[in-house]
Ligand binder design. Structure first.
Ligand SMILES: Cc1ncc(COP(=O)(O)O)c(C=O)c1O
Length: 375
């Protein structure tokens, strides 16, 4: 089968005119100490090992770029996403061995899985709030880790509001990956956890230099954690492209106006973990002056990307990449299909591109649906 990607498109590509990557400023927000502590703790966890950094050699040849690296987070412990690094680490740091604490959180799925795993490891009780859009499959995985899962009518924001309300009432410790006023320390821990990916990549890349990095964003925690990791572990600055669903482009809309802008989500994207209406406070402080471009994508090419990954069309290996692993790939293809965009973003035969394969079949039912979808 020859892959059909000539008509793939991105929706938007916005240049950030305020971009001015400043290592010192970034490491004032998420410090070297916080980043190093996260690596030190997580690398001691049982069964820790760096996830693979693969090369999409067939795709790079097709797009005429030098290399496309793919960080395969489907192999992150047995949790199947990078989120394993954040929530579980924050639980460990916040509870400090106190067995009396009851932990709570709201989630689109993967963060809650990580928190549930973290609490199970420590023998703590855990309450997880999910919206009506979170699949039963994802709920079941959290229950299997021993969590109480509470469904809330409405979207992610409703589940978070309910979590905050109930936690205040019952004196539960919220371990959230989103920051708001007076709630910044815990989300920072999750970001420090995510930066472990960058530490691993800096060692896996040998002496090659990454020219471009595509970072998916929901509330921006992963993107900002990785950028802090770049400030910590790299001695050069790749071009940073943040990718969001077209229907939930809260980072792009904020970059447009230079301040956090809450958006209205008219329709939920299949990219459930990335369907967020407001960028988180601490990530915003990092993202606003460090990202170079915001790109948005529609849901149209997701199932094909999942299939191409699974059928070793992008490289010699078969890769299990769930829905949120696809936006970086869709973006680079979409940008390369438009000569003006490709030139603007400086993608060429010398480029070494890094893409984050955020998750595997974390939602097995959805994964198989996408895999079997007739496009
Ligand atoms: C599975 C999953 N959930 C959530 C996110 C979003 O992370 P954040 O909300 O920290 O931006 C991503 C990646 O962007 C993801 O792949």
């Amino acid at each position: 089968m020859s892959i059909e990607i000539s008509d793939w498109k991105i929706s938007n590509c916005l240049k950030n005119n305020e971009s001015n990557f400043n290592k010192k400023k970034i490491l004032n927000i998420l410090t070297e100490k916080e980043i190093d502590e996260a690596y030190k703790a997580i690398s001691k966890w049982k069964n820790y090992s760096p996830t693979p950094l693969l090369q999409l050699n067939k795709l790079s040849k097709k797009l005429n770029v030098n290399r496309i690296f793919y960080k395969d987070e489907s192999k992150r412990f047995h949790l199947k996403s990078f989120k394993a690094l954040g929530g579980a680490y924050a639980v460990e740091k916040v509870t400090k061995g106190n067995k009396e604490i009851i932990v709570s959180t709201a989630t689109a799925g993967n963060h809650g899985r990580s928190v549930a795993w973290g609490t199970q490891k420590l023998g703590l009780d855990c309450k997880i709030f999910v919206s009506e859009y979170v699949s039963e499959n994802r709920v079941q995985v959290m229950k299997n880790f021993g969590a109480d899962v509470i469904r809330v009518k409405g979207n992610y924001e409703n589940s978070l509001n309910e979590c905050v309300k109930q936690s205040k009432k019952n004196n539960w410790q919220i371990v959230q990956d989103v920051a708001w006023e007076n709630y910044v320390d815990v989300p920072k821990l999750t970001m420090a956890g995510y930066s472990v990916m960058m530490k691993e990549i800096s060692e896996q890349i040998d002496n090659q230099k990454i020219s471009h990095i595509f970072l998916q964003a929901g509330v921006g925690g992963m993107a900002a954690g990785m950028i802090a990791g770049m400030a910590r572990y790299l001695d050069y600055n790749p071009i940073i492209i943040v990718v969001e669903p077209d229907s939930a482009a809260c980072v792009l809309e904020s970059i447009k106006v230079g301040e956090i802008k809450k958006i209205q989500i008219e329709q939920e994207s299949i990219l459930g973990g990335m369907s967020c209406s407001e960028v988180s406070l601490i990530p915003w402080q990092i993202l606003k002056n460090s990202l170079d471009y915001c790109v948005t994508v529609k849901d149209d090419n997701i199932s094909k990307t999942v299939k191409y990954l699974a059928n070793s069309e992008f490289c010699d290996e078969k890769i299990v990449g769930g829905e949120c692993s696809t936006p970086g790939i869709i973006s680079i293809i979409g940008l390369c299909n438009n000569e003006d965009d490709k030139k603007e973003i400086k993608l060429n035969k010398n480029s070494n591109v890094l893409i984050i394969g955020c998750e595997g079949d974390a939602d097995e039912n959805l994964y198989h649906e996408l895999l079997n979808k007739k496009d």
